[in-house]
Each structure stands twice: as structure tokens, then as C-alpha cells.
Design a protein around this ligand. Structure first.
Ligand SMILES: Cc1cc2nc3c(=O)[nH]c(=O)nc-3n(C[C@H](O)[C@H](O)[C@H](O)COP(=O)(O)O)c2cc1C
Length: 294
């Protein structure tokens, strides 16, 4: 990133990674501006980030997590409703966001889950959010590194074509319903374990991650999330499943994380075009309100 821009940028971390403290220390040394977290970090980790000068922005899917991270000193919180892509909760954005706003005190709140246009941005602002975060919409842009054929595959899906599954890493994730997920959902525990083990071997070869590290990470996940062994092995090769689908262009054997909003997206603009469009639409809506129109 440093070689590509002199602008400020943030780094996204999993708070449950065993070496997350080392990663945070690297961000502090490199004077990165923002640490965002998928799954909320603990109090001591937030403190470490803050002491090192990082802006801390966890993602949460539940009111009680918003209360906690706000009390622990987070600067901002991404509040993701159940329709959102990737790791997500079960409460829809329309119910979670007002709850989160009330629970967050005066820290910055970003609504996430289901946003793709200016109308959505205005609705989030109406709930008291300071802005929105989008995943699926940015994934489906001309700038995203996802294989073109896979982007086209995403565009074919409707709002009902996604599923919230525990089968990838034991934590609920929203993904496109497809062969791999159906097989995982239906499969028996030993079958899942066998398939997961095969993927883990392939992942180890591709990433050259030492086995010791993979096993340590697995043990930590088992302890932190109370996972079964087949879930631990699945979690270890979740990156492999995403890589295979998104970058290698093989959604038939990998997994495509997505929000339900995929069903409302039908083009692949550049990020620049997309943001300009959303801002224009939001301004139009606000002007319409001012005129008293619908
Ligand atoms: C393919 C995909 C991968 C994602 N990976 C991450 C991730 O690594 N870390 C994270 O914090 N959120 C991740 N998310 C969640 C997004 O950052 C965002 O909060 C979410 O997509 C919002 O919902 P939306 O998809 O309806 O816009 C991912 C989402 C998708 C669709």
C-alpha cells in the first residue's frame, strides 16, 4: 500500500488471529492511520491500538458489542445488519442501526449491510449514522480484483440466493447459495472433516504457512469460538475457499461471500463513478425532501 499511495489508509484485521498483537504493533510502527476489525476486539487490544495512535474501528452485529467497544475507547463502529456479506449477525440493518446509534454514545457510527445507492445513504443518516460502509457493492466494481467471470456470476444472483451458514468457520457468514455450501450443509461431520483436510493441505502448499502456525491458529479458534474439529479445519481453509472462487475464478468449487444486496446490483462501475453517483442520488433525495416532494 505504501508503494501505491501517500494518502492515509487503514488495515483490516481479525481480532481472533493468534498473532494479532504482532500485527497491531506493525501497524503502529508503520504509522498506519486506521485499524478496522472484523469481529470485535477485546479491551486490551483496543487500548494497545489507541496508545499507539491508531484510529480503532471494529465491526459489530449486535447492540451489546457496540456498547462494549464504545466503552473500551473505539473511535468508530461499523454496524452490520444481517443482510450484509461475509461475517454477519441476524438482526437486519433497519433494526440494528437505530439500536446501535442509541448505544454508541458520541462515537462515529457507520451503517453497513444492504447499501448500494444514495437512497440507502440518506436512510442511514436518518437513523443517526455518520455514513455507510459497503462490501458487496465495492466488490462489484470495475476496480475490484475479482475475476471478471466471477463478477458476472454474482450479477446473476437475486436477493433470495444467499444463505447464512456456520459451515465455513463456525461463525455465521452470508454467502451465495451454491454447490459447495449445499454440500457442506448436508455433509456428515467425517465427510466435512475429510474435505476440509484436503483443502487445508492445498492451502498450506499455496501459502507456505508453516504447519506449526496453522495448528496453533486452529487450537486458538477452537478455544475462542468453541468449534468442533471439522469446523476448525474448515476455518483454516476458509481463505482457500474464497481465493478459489473469487480470484482463481472457480465459484463452482469455492465460496462466494455476498450480501443480499447482490440482487439489486446490475452493473460494474468504477469506484470513482460509484461514489459520485451515490452522492448525487443522496443530494437529490435531500433536495426533494426540502421541496416537500416524494
Ligand atoms: C466478499 C466479502 C468479503 C469480506 N471480507 C471482509 C473482511 O475480510 N473483513 C471485514 O471486516 N469485513 C469483510 N466483509 C464485510 C464488509 O466489509 C461489509 O461490512 C459488508 O459487506 C457490508 O454488507 P454489504 O455486503 O451488504 O455491503 C466482506 C464482505 C464480502 C461481501
Amino acid at each position: 500500500m505504501r508503494s501505491r499511495t501517500d494518502r492515509p489508509f487503514g488495515v483490516n484485521l481479525r481480532a481472533d488471529q493468534p498473532d494479532v498483537v504482532k500485527r497491531v504493533d506493525l501497524l503502529i510502527r508503520e504509522k498506519v492511520k486506521v485499524a478496522s476489525f472484523a469481529l470485535a476486539p477485546r479491551e486490551d487490544l483496543i487500548k494497545r491500538c489507541k496508545d499507539g495512535g491508531l484510529v480503532v474501528m471494529p465491526s459489530t452485529g449486535a447492540r451489546r458489542h457496540v456498547e462494549k467497544v464504545a466503552a473500551w475507547g473505539a473511535d468508530a463502529v461499523v454496524v452490520q445488519g444481517g443482510e450484509g456479506g461475509g461475517h454477519t449477525g441476524r438482526v437486519p440493518t433497519s433494526l440494528l442501526l437505530p439500536q446501535a446509534r442509541d448505544a454508541a454514545g458520541d462515537i462515529v457510527v457507520l451503517g453497513a449491510g444492504g447499501y448500494f445507492d444514495g437512497r440507502g445513504l440518506v436512510s442511514a443518516l436518518a437513523y443517526g449514522a455518520d455514513g455507510i460502509a459497503m462490501g458487496t457493492r465495492f466488490l462489484l466494481t470495475a476496480d475490484s480484483p475479482v475475476a471478471q467471470a466471477v463478477k458476472e456470476e454474482y450479477l446473476r444472483h437475486g436477493v433470495d440466493d444467499t444463505v447464512l451458514t456456520l459451515q465455513i468457520d463456525g461463525v455465521p457468514q452470508r454467502v451465495v447459495r451454491g454447490r459447495t455450501i449445499d454440500r457442506l450443509e448436508r455433509g456428515t461431520a467425517p465427510g466435512r472433516l475429510l474435505r476440509a483436510a484436503g483443502n487445508a493441505v492445498a492451502f498450506q502448499r499455496m501459502s507456505r504457512t508453516p504447519w506449526k502456525e496453522i495448528v496453533r491458529e486452529g487450537l486458538d479458534m477452537k478455544r475462542n469460538h468453541g468449534l468442533s474439529w471439522s469446523q476448525v479445519v474448515m476455518a483454516a481453509n476458509a481463505p482457500m475457499l474464497y481465493r478459489t472462487a473469487l480470484l482463481d475464478g472457480r465459484p463452482d468449487i469455492g465460496v462466494m461471500a455476498t450480501g443480499q444486496v447482490v440482487g439489486l446490483i446490475d452493473d460494474l462501475p468504477s469506484c470513482r463513478e460509484l461514489i459520485a453517483r451515490i452522492v448525487d442520488e443522496a443530494v437529490d433525495v435531500l433536495e426533494r425532501f426540502e421541496r416537500g416532494g416524494r
